[in-house]
Design a protein around this ligand. Structure first.
Ligand code: BGP
Length: 464
């Protein structure tokens, strides 16, 4: 089996500033830096983002390794808390400017195309304390000022821009399911934050269109898509899956690409008294400023069934779980270390969904990957991690993706999470995802078997 990918396909990997750089020379704290300061026990093994994978100090060596595993593109993010000194005026921090200039230049010098994202869960904590963070439309405007600085500083060399990574995780983690600081539980705020994040993205898109001078420049958003499949043909299960798709996927997909929220979702939110507050002008900005390119993070699907609790018995003022329950489908394949189902066919379903329902917009797999614990146990005598499980995982996903491309889906790339084992929000270093192993005690980095394998795939643009 030889599966050839389209010419110019982006073979890459993704990381983020807060998970790779370390806090070195950073004047401001983001919400995760702060959370770790005040509640280290909430973090796996009490390990926070202070060192991460030391990218701030070792970016040159790290980028060399990225080149060695065949990457022709890499996504990272610019930390708001590193680049900006004063959030109200968006005045710059020179050390931050120098650092990101150096990283971008180093990537380009290695023929690696930078994909740059602007928000990866790393809201400055000062903006949370002062304004409630994404609850505030003033913060939306401050984000746009930060974005403008980025476009102006780096737009001559960066053509692929993204506003947010996984905004839905902020909504769910911070406002419903309590896995992000400060673990508020408030349905109405959750919906408003989802809207404000969308507005921030659309306003940043508008700003990009105004200031971009790079003829190749384009801008998008990166969404974690979790296709939701019903437990059975029972209409109640189907209805539950339909809601889960609206909530997890369409709430950002539709306004970002089509310029409008799904009417069905708006109706449900309205009936439940949690509809967001939006002015006509804001809705017009969303309508007019749709994205050029979509990044899709795909890890796992949702299996969904009708809820078996009475909506009245819920302790929350509004929760999406009123509309569905998770379904533990017998026999499904799991990555036990992360607790996520492995279901590559969902990637094909995403490819077809984007093609048929979203104007066949240019898109790419912005994250996909397999987090595995205790990988040192898989080292051979030379110290190379023999991660055949990761190779198989990638192969299976690429096969489904290729099928979607053959059927006309406009997918332009595949990025693994992540190039070099990095720090995780929820698991610190418990699960490793990278092509390159990172010894967190010595910071020695070693290419895994999957990294050597991926180089062949990327160099030949073909999956054998
Ligand atoms: C995505 C995030 C990444 C990364 C990845 C792996 O949701 O965008 O930042 O962390 O998931 O997940 P985890 O680190 O929780 O295992």
């Amino acid at each position: 089996m030889n599966l050839q990918f389209p010419n110019g396909f982006s073979w890459g990997a993704a990381t983020s500033g807060p998970q790779s750089e370390g806090r070195f020379n950073k004047k401001h704290a983001n919400v995760f830096d702060h959370w770790f300061e005040v509640e280290p026990e909430s973090f796996h093994n009490q390990v926070g983002p202070d060192v991460a994978s030391n990218f701030y100090n070792s970016y040159k060596e790290d980028i060399k390794l990225m080149k060695e595993v065949g990457l022709n593109s890499v996504r990272t993010s610019i930390q708001w808390t590193r680049l900006i000194d004063d959030f109200e005026t968006a005045t710059l921090n020179q050390d931050g400017v120098d650092f990101y200039n150096n990283v971008i230049d180093e990537l380009l010098a290695n023929d690696i195309k930078p994909f740059i994202n602007l928000h990866h869960f790393d809201l400055p904590v000062e903006l949370y304390d002062k304004y409630g963070g994404w609850e505030s439309k003033h913060v939306v405007d401050l984000f746009v000022k930060f974005a403008e600085q980025c476009f102006k500083l780096f737009g001559d060399r960066v053509s692929e821009w993204f506003t947010h990574n996984e905004p839905m995780v902020v909504v769910d983690g911070q406002y419903l399911y309590q896995f992000h600081y400060p673990k508020v539980v408030d349905g109405k705020k959750a919906v408003q934050v989802a809207f404000n994040l969308q507005l921030a993205s659309s306003k940043a898109v508008a700003k990009f269109k105004e200031v971009n001078t790079n003829p190749d420049g384009r801008i998008g958003i990166i969404l974690n898509l979790t296709p939701s499949y019903p437990a059975s043909d029972d209409p109640a299960d189907q209805k539950a899956a339909n809601f889960a798709n609206l909530w997890f996927n369409q709430i950002f997909l539709d306004p970002s690409i089509l310029g409008e929220y799904p009417a069905e979702l708006v109706e449900i939110l309205e009936n439940d008294g949690v509809l967001f507050e939006a002015t006509k002008e804001e809705l017009a900005i969303i309508k007019e400023n749709t994205i050029d390119i979509l990044g899709v993070n795909f890890y796992h699907p949702h299996r969904v069934k009708q809820p078996d609790v009475s909506p009245d018995s819920l302790r929350f003022n509004w929760m999406p779980v009123k509309y569905f329950d998770n379904y533990d489908m017998p026999g499904r394949r799991m990555n036990i270390d992360r607790g996520w189902e492995i279901y590559p066919k969902a990637l094909y379903d995403i490819a077809i969904n984007v093609k048929e329902n979203y104007g066949n917009i240019a898109w790419f797999v912005a994250e996909n990957g397999m987090g595995v614990s205790n990988e040192e146990l898989f080292q051979d005598e030379t110290g190379v991690v023999q991660d055949d499980y990761r190779i198989n995982f990638i192969k299976e996903h690429l096969t489904e993706l290729h099928k979607g491309i053959e059927e006309g889906s406009n997918c332009i790339g595949y990025h693994l999470w992540t190039p070099i084992d990095c720090w995780s929000w929820s698991n610190a270093y418990k699960n490793r995802y990278g092509f390159i192993a990172n010894n967190i005690h010595t910071q020695v980095k070693t290419i895994k078997k999957s990294g050597h394998w991926f180089k062949d795939v990327a160099d030949n643009n073909t999956l054998e």
